[in-house]
Structures are given as C-alpha cells and as structure tokens.
Design a protein around this ligand. Structure first.
Ligand code: ZN
Length: 152
C-alpha cells in the first residue's frame, strides 16, 4: 500500500538474493595458501576464506565457507567472482573501492571492476549492515597479508 519501490533497488535485491541462494565458489580448499576465519558478532555472520596464489602472484583460487545474513554471504560470493585472476595488489585495490562504496562514495560505486557488487551500494545507508557486507573483504585483506608473510 503506497509502497513506491525503486526499480533499481528491486533489481539489486534480486542480485543479492541470487548470490545468497546460488553462491559461487562456496566450499573448502585443501591446498589453500591462506585460510582466514572471521565473524561479525553484531549480526552473527561467519566467513572462512581460502586463498591460493599462482607463482606469478595472482589469485589462482578463492573459495569460502560461511553462514549468516544474505548481505554477508552474497558479498562473499560476489567478491570471489571478481577477485579470481587478479594480482594481489589489484585485489587490495578493489577491496578499497568496495570499502569506499560502503562509505557512500558515489564515484567508487561507478567503478566497473565492482560488477555485481554495486548491488550492495544501498548498504551504505545502514551502518549496522556495512559490517555484514565488509566481512568477506576483511577476510580477503587478511588472507593476502598471510600469503605475503607466511611466518606470522
Ligand atoms: Zn549480517
């Protein structure tokens, strides 16, 4: 009644739901170079990220296991799709763009490298949800750190 749904928001909701219900790259990886497990206590989201790099320093494989709200899990699914094949520096660059978008940066949200991830830009209006969307990306950043300093 009187609900005036924005068609773009409806489309974004659909993209998020698609990834939540049909996650890409979900599963454990036995020979991962880095494994990072993170939780978001404010929502109960859990992500375990597995990262493998090729000899020339690219993301050769990236998978995740997780449970939680649709935003946290869809963000992980979309992230793995965009990150595979990138160099570690490119992956960190994309993570920074994503964080900028979550802070409400409209320019960052136009970055084509984000692909489906633009569906999460509306999350910037909900600070509690930002943590959900950012969880997989924090796991990515930490796993890259782990790959670069394996002793720690
Ligand atoms: Zn959540």
């Amino acid at each position: 009644m009187g609900s005036d749904a924005n068609p773009l928001e409806a489309l974004y909701r659909e993209v998020i739901l698609q990834h939540y219900q049909h996650p890409r790259n979900k599963g454990r990886m036995e020979d991962a170079a880095a494994t990072i497990r993170l939780t978001n206590p404010s929502c109960g989201d859990r992500i375990e990220l597995f990262l493998k790099t090729s000899p020339d320093g690219r993301v050769e494989g990236i998978t995740y296991e997780g449970q939680g709200c649709s935003i946290s899990q869809a963000s992980a699914s979309m992230m793995t799709e965009r990150i595979r094949g990138l160099s570690l520096d490119e992956a960190l660059e994309l993570a920074e763009r994503f964080h900028q978008m979550l802070r409400g940066d409209a320019e960052a949200a136009k970055d084509e490298r984000l692909g489906d991830l633009v569906a999460l830009q509306g999350v910037s209006k909900f600070p509690v949800r930002v943590k959900c969307a950012a969880l997989a990306w924090e796991a990515l950043e930490r796993s890259i750190e782990q790959v670069r300093s394996p002793q720690s």
